[in-house]
Design a protein around this ligand. Structure first.
Ligand code: ADP
Ligand code: IPE
Length: 257
């Protein structure tokens, strides 16, 4: 009984703000300021316990691809390039956390390169912040251990957090209305899939960024449904949809179970 009550109190929601939403992915270090402000406002309207994650967008992918950091490898000799990218994503992170706090979300950063220091992430800082009533914020980053570097996407962090915290829901905000039968940016006739069983998703490679784009996200989501009751993909460029989702109203999205 006590365990059930404790688990209920602990239940969190995970929200990932895609880099395609908060940044202009084609322009190095360009934040979509107005949209970010609106999203933070909507997020602040939701008082549930939550963990936020954001992607790296043009603060991560452009240089990671230019430097060839998308393939993991030995740190030695690559320190300057790695530190440059880590510094850029941290810059984006502080802009986001600053905006969240401006809207009243008690957000505190938890840099992934600090907590991914061995084979298993150490989520104690996340747990501790949650218990104290803060909103932990993690992000796509470069992690370093065993003499090697590796890019970790926000989507992969969402999966690891799901294993650890068994969230009530995981919401992915991206720049399209949800999951389609084909890439909607390349096929005018692509159809939105309002709901789908994870088993029915077949992942086709859509590699266009350093972490595998939608294919990478879907691979993680397929595993995530084992740990979270609901996984939703929503258009983050339409913040009112997130607002409707928070209020339990119907909205355009893909629900994966
Ligand atoms: P984010 O930065 O939000 O995490 P990504 O840029 O990695 O997201 O992936 C979103 C992009 O994936 C969309 O802009 C879309 O063009 C592309 N995409 C490819 N295949 C699909 C699909 N089947 N359904 C939806 N989007 C897709
Ligand atoms: C990428 O993180 C991290 C780096 C390139 C350093 P994500 O894969 O989560 O970023 P987005 O959401 O696609 O921009």
């Amino acid at each position: 009984m006590i365990l059930i009550i404790w688990r209920k109190l602990q239940r969190v929601n995970v929200i990932k703000l895609g880099g395609s939403v908060i940044t202009d992915k084609a322009n190095y270090r360009k934040v979509n300021q107005a949209l970010l402000r609106n999203l933070c406002e909507v997020i602040s309207s939701n008082k549930e316990k939550k963990i936020l994650i954001h992607g790296a967008g043009s603060f991560g992918h452009i240089l990671a691809l230019k430097f060839g950091l998308d393939k993991p490898g030995p740190i030695k000799g690559r320190e300057a390039e790695i530190a440059r990218v880590i510094s850029d994503v941290l810059t984006l992170d502080s802009e986001i956390v600053d905006e969240l706090n401006a809207k009243g979300v008690k957000a505190i950063s938890v840099p992934p390169h600090v907590i991914y220091n061995s084979n298993k992430p150490d989520f104690k800082p996340v747990q501790s912040l949650l218990r104290k009533g803060f909103v932990p914020v993690l992000y796509g980053d470069i992690i370093l251990f065993n003499g090697k570097y590796r890019i970790i996407s926000g989507d992969e962090i969402a999966l690891d957090l799901s294993r650890k915290f068994r969230p009530e829901s995981v919401v992915f905000l991206t720049d399209v209305d949800g999951l389609y039968d084909r890439d909607p940016k390349k096929n005018k006739n692509a159809k939105l899939i309002p709901s789908i069983k994870s088993k029915m998703i077949s992942v086709v490679d859509t590699d266009t960024d350093a972490t595998g784009s939608m294919a990478g996200k879907m691979e993680r989501i397929k595993k995530m449904v084992a740990y979270s009751r609901r996984v939703v993909v929503l258009n983050g460029k339409k913040p009112e949809r997130l607002g409707r989702y928070f209020r339990g109203m119907e909205t355009i999205s893909t629900v994966i179970t």
